[in-house]
Write a protein that binds this ligand. Sequence first.
Ligand code: ZN
Length: 134
Amino acid sequence: MKISKIEHLGIAVESIEKALPYYEQVLGFECYNIETVEDQKVRTAFLRVGETKIELLEPTSPDSTIAKFLETRGQGIHHIAYKVEDGVANALAECEAKEVRTIDKAPRNGAEGLHIAFLHPKATQGVLTELCEE
Ligand code: ZN
């Protein structure tokens, strides 16, 4: 697959409101979008960092995967998202051909109107990996 950059880093937080002052007032980033992704049961906040972004992820329900992550691992880096230039569907097909386990079998809609798919952390050397395209 053809990956052009790290699109964003996903960071699990207990509360976007509590986390934002650090990112905005200490690191000097600006949050330009807060959005709820209903089917993932998360609220997301995006901040630009040069060519890439930080995505803060807050659970909107106790059965959200982010709520489970916070319970077992605490706040911290949740996933890395790469921008693929030749399409998420093609990338998933390539993963299947190379027997790389994925969480998603087909691209779905993520925050910011991106098409996304997750690869399984068991197949990615321990890092939950998201592929995305605009
Ligand atoms: Zn993400």
